[in-house]
Design a protein around this ligand. Sequence first.
Ligand code: BTN
Length: 275
Amino acid sequence: MTPEAATPLDVSRLRTLLAGKRLGMPLEYRETTASTNDDAAALGRQGVPEGTTVIADAQTRGRGRRSRTWVSPPNKNLYVSVLLRPPIAPWLAPQLAIVAGLGALQAVRKWLPGAVLKWPNDVLVGVRKLCGVLTEMTTRDEDAVDFVVVGIGINVNATEEDFPPELRSIATSLRVELGRTVDREAVAADLLEELGREYDRYLASGFSAVRARWEAACGTLGRTVEVDTSSERFTGVAIGLSDAGHLRVRRADNQEEVEVVSGDIVLEQSTPTLR
Ligand code: BTN
């Protein structure tokens, strides 16, 4: 395959694809920025409406969950942050991470129908991560959310060489999986459409409708996992989601059911490959 030159996003085409959609407008484009999540939060503090979206062709300080770096080379992938103003209490914000993960999965599945979710909102192909979601909330007071920034990174046209060596066995892209370059504007439009669809479903029908679909798309439930939180590591069986969007795990040591609020899930080596 001849490698094609990576070109900047065609923003006017993207705006056309987004016309009339629930999310994605107003659209702010950055050639390079530190982090689209920071840009969206700054706009949120200025009072911009729900749906405002920041998209960049490169990030110099792309962030992942748990203070990790999100590798953000220029003109290859999607770095998108959407501002939402959900009428929910702050303690329910983890539900939005689940909603966002499901929206991202639906978009990725248009190209890769076998993609699955891993809690809280990674999109995987096999055991390799293709997409990550970072939701960050700003509250008005202790009872009300001001806004939530949903930041999504999708590896679209990155090649294996674009990932640092330590990530090459655990990260992938649409291009790596499909063996051809993929239309980034189309993926961005699908992402915003699916995100809008899941968000509307959540607002209209509540979390239970989203939860059931998330659980059906999760490749980890019913399997033995290692849970890594900031305070401990333990083994157990992933059971499902709690009402708040946390992961329910039955601990192997005492059979107690616990809720994992934040952390990482690692599949036990002894279980079959995640698919
Ligand atoms: C993760 O899986 O750890 C979450 C990764 C989220 C990356 C996206 S890229 C767009 C937005 N801007 C950031 O700095 N992070 C998110």
